[in-house]
Write a protein that binds this ligand. Sequence first.
Ligand code: NDP
Length: 325
Amino acid sequence: MFKAIRIDKDDNGYRAALTDFDEKDLMDGDVTVAVSHSTVNYKDGLAITGKSPVVRRFPMIPGIDFAGVVEASSHAGFKPGDKVILNGWGVGETHLGGFAQKARVKGDWLVPAPDGLSAAEAMAVGTAGYTAMLSVMALERQGASPTQGPVIVTGAAGGVGSVAVALLAKLGWRVMASTGRASEADYLKALGAHEIIDRNELSAPGRPLGKERWAAGVDSVGSHTLANVLAQTKYGGVVAACGLAQGMDLPTSVAPFILRGVSLIGIDSVMAPQALRREAWARIARDLDRAKLKSMTQTIKLADTLRVAPDILAGKVRGRIVVEI
Ligand code: NDP
């Protein structure tokens, strides 16, 4: 038996609790991992509260990512003692996840922990931070560079946003951070933001085109915010869309695309191919300032995930939460 957060849905309703879980009830997989750390992501908040139907199998152990040490393996790429990271692949949604002392998964889903990044640091980055890195890499692939002008980061005080601000600042960008929390201005400036924008400037319906303010963007908010980010992107600029904190909709027009040659790039972390994952984790190990990572991270225990799940959905969580298993 091991400790886990377990979600059930039956005649008694939808509920999550800290319980003992029987190892024989783990799902199929060729690698068993002793999980040392996980994180609370937005999607974990949805899973634990049941606010959105991200969990598609019951019982479920939530936790879309984890770091730990291989305990048993019949996969050629991993042996006992190897340090590994997992993000996505439906773990915590359709496959039992990381809010547990043990996980059994397909070895093909695992990434070897990059040198120089501890398990706690890897989960301080977590899916949110790795998604921020995928977004930065997407901007670079499109030829975006700090010489073209500033970059905007929306949802800046959240997990994706905080890591994106720190990464982009380290890479030499002038970062404009959009946040609804004026009280987090000093926090965002310490991460490297040059300018703070009130998110109300972007969250209401706007015009198809506005003043050209930034050359690039990382958007974790969606909806009108992303539409306004596109409308105010400079000629030839590029925006990476990775989130939906404001909404799933995108009430925009073709104007930014056909009149200013703006590119909108989609970012998915869940099914991203292995080569991209490994590149993203290697870049994180290289390009993310550890002191800044520490400043954006709080650490909680497994049982506390139940308490913070509604907070992350309410946009009350600053930066990243590591779960020490
Ligand atoms: P967080 O809750 O940590 O951050 C989201 C931030 O968005 C909040 O902190 C807040 O920032 C802002 N926000 C919240 N509600 C609103 C609103 N109604 N209008 C405008 N801004 C709002 O979540 P994460 O950073 O972990 O995730 C951000 C988004 O990215 C989520 O939608 C998540 O599902 C998505 N995501 C997508 C992935 C992918 O593979 N594409 C992977 C990981 C996450 P502030 O207080 O600064 O305004």
